[in-house]
Design a protein around this ligand. Sequence first.
Ligand SMILES: [Zn+2]
Length: 109
Amino acid sequence: MEKAGGNLERVFTVADPLIAGHIESILSERGIHCFVRNRHLVGGAGEIPPLEAWPEIWVDADDAAVARRLIDEVVEPVGPAPAPWVCPGCGETIEGQFAQCWRCGEYPD
Ligand SMILES: [Zn+2]
C-alpha cells in the first residue's frame, strides 16, 4: 500500500463514520493533524461494511502515541456482545442488548 508522505500512521479504525468524525475533531482540537480515510461509506443504510471499507484515522507518525492515548480516553471499551437470553414468559430468544422481552414484556431470570 502506498503511504502518503511516508510518515503517517493509522491509529484507529471504526465502522461508524460519526465516531470517526468525532475522533477527528477531538484530535484537531488538541493540535494533532489527522485525516480520515473512507469517510464516505459505500453500501446500504444499516449495513455493516467490510473491514477494509471502514473509516480510518491517520495521523503523523510522531503524533501516533498521543493520538492513541486520546482515542483511548474517548472511545468506550467495546466488550463482547451480550449473550442472547430465553424469555421465561414466552420462550422467545431475545437479543442480548434487550433487557426486556419484546414479545411479552417479561424480564430475564
Ligand atoms: Zn417473552
